[in-house]
Design a protein around this ligand. Structure first.
Ligand code: 5GP
Ligand code: SF4
Ligand code: MG
Length: 455
């Protein structure tokens, strides 16, 4: 998901619309914007892309100088209207709106406990739990949030808007990104820094792991709510999820991807495995890594695959026949470029292996003589409980097959993943969550851990 908040800037709703537009890659299933005109909060949300719910007329209905918005990618909770965010909490103590990105791993336990104590939930998403937790705690609002987040375990980066205040919170492992920037006399909060450009954000910084920010007319107050913190930023944010023009915790995403490609090429060079003619990346998320591979190997970087920009995920229906056509609707091989060539095909990740298999086939059908697949991340062997991959362990091809079997399945001439230590060496940081690659989860898993053992 993607979250965006605006505090004390004119036309906050349209600013939020622009911000969410830059975050649309983080979720296309639903979107919503809530605004405060300093006295009351109004919220509009709907299914699908941002443009399916919002236009000039709708934005004009959302008056105010504060706003919070959300684009949804559902990993926990279905696509019901009740699960669309921002989640609104109306109460005699004042209303507030919550936009959350991530996944709460003790959601089931918290929900059961709260339901036993009389809470009634509207939807099935874990984000609603945050609203309930805040609501039931005592003290001033900052105290209520501080106490509420201490109950949460998992991945969360969320923004809370009240009539005249805003709060930004990041979990104590910093699993999901969250950044802040100044705009005029106010502030914007965003899942990714790529959204700051379009709203003229400046002086940007990241919310720290375990940090709670209170933003009001006096400025920003930084509160460290967690005793123990560490940075375990989701590696997949760098590899696949985020936009290349974003920087997360001081590392630019394009640069990180390029370095992963360079590392793959270095490993091939050392092993004497660079017998190829061209380097091709799978658009869009793997182009940076392919560039890095080409630079390091000295092989030409080519546009061997073209992506059709107008194929939204929403248009690909979930039947097998249509899914088969899906890849061909989305990607085409450039026949004149790939014909007769030995290709290094760089992709960001392999989850189920079905896309990779079709892409290799696409290149071979277009006349490529050899396709050597290089993956800019380690093999995914474990499920993510923190809100990125929805796949269960059964569906993860690398959980069941070894390197040679995966190579055989995708019909590649060779296949290499970037091992965890090499990825960290490439990114020059160890402050990463790599749980889906090695099964070392930075949090307790509660009942989700059972699922892991059963599979
Ligand atoms: P597969 O070959 O496993 O079917 O598909 C892998 C491709 O799916 C990758 O190239 C990646 O760009 C794309 N992809 C789509 N959704 C996700 C996701 O949630 N996580 C990851 N890691 N890759 C995804
Ligand atoms: Fe990211 Fe993988 Fe960790 Fe999930 S398990 S947060 S996808 S690195
Ligand atoms: Mg891809």
């Amino acid at each position: 998901c993607g979250v965006f908040g605006v505090f004390n800037v004119k036309d906050a709703a349209s600013l939020t619309y622009f911000g969410l537009h830059a975050l649309q890659h983080r979720g296309q299933e639903a979107s919503g914007i809530a605004t405060s005109n300093k006295k009351e909060i109004k919220c509009i949300k709907g299914r699908g892309l941002l443009t399916e719910t919002f236009n000039n007329r709708v934005i004009k209905e959302l008056k105010g100088v504060h706003a919070v918005g959300h684009v949804r990618y559902s990993t926990a909770g279905g696509n019901e209207i009740e699960n669309i965010q921002p989640i609104m909490v109306r109460s005699h103590k004042g209303d507030f709106a919550v936009s959350h990105n991530g996944n709460i791993v003790n959601a089931k336990e918290l929900r059961e406990e709260m339901e036993n104590n009389g809470s009634i939930f509207q939807g099935t998403s874990d984000s609603e739990i945050i609203g309930h937790l805040i609501q039931r705690e005592q003290g001033d609002f900052v105290e209520k949030i501080r106490k509420a987040v201490l109950h949460l375990e998992g991945a969360f980066a969320f923004v809370v808007m009240r009539e005249n205040e805003m709060y930004a919170v990041r979990d104590h492992n910093g699993l999901r990104p969250l950044s802040v920037a100044k705009v005029d006399n106010g502030y914007v909060v965003s899942s990714e820094s790529c959204a700051f450009d379009i709203v003229n954000g400046r002086e940007e910084f990241d919310v720290l792991p375990g940090e709670l920010l209170k933003i009001d007319y006096n400025g920003i107050q930084h509160i460290q709510y967690a005793e123990k913190t560490q940075l375990k930023m989701c590696a997949m944010e760098y590899i696949y999820f985020s936009r290349p023009d974003s920087s997360i915790d001081g590392i630019n995403v394009h640069t990180a991807r390029k370095l992963s490609g360079r590392m793959l090429a270095k490993i091939d060079k050392e092993a004497g495995d660079v017998e190829a003619d061209i380097v091709v990346g799978v658009p869009d998320s793997s182009l940076s890594a392919a560039m890095g591979y080409a630079e390091e190997s000295g092989l030409p970087y080519e546009l061997g695959l073209i992506k059709n920009r107008y194929v939204g995920r929403t248009f690909i229906q979930p039947t097998q026949a249509q899914r088969e056509r899906g890849v061909r609707m989305k990607l085409s091989a450039v026949r004149d470029i790939v014909k007769g060539k030995r290709i290094i095909l760089v992709d960001d990740s392999i989850v189920r292996g079905t896309t990779s298999k079709r892409i290799v086939q696409l290149l071979k059908d277009a006349g490529a003589t050899e396709v050597h697949v290089r993956i800019g991340s380690p093999a995914i062997t474990h499920p993510c409980f923190y809100g990125v991959d929805t796949s269960s362990r059964k569906e993860l091809i690398s959980a069941r097959k070894n390197n040679e079997e995966v190579r055989d399945f995708i019909i590649a001439d060779s296949l290499k993943f970037l091992e965890v230590d090499k990825m960290m060496e490439a990114f020059e940081t160890e402050n990463l969550c790599v749980a889906c690659f090695n099964g070392v989860y930075p949090t307790d898993l509660f009942n989700l851990g059972v699922q892991l053992k059963e599979e």
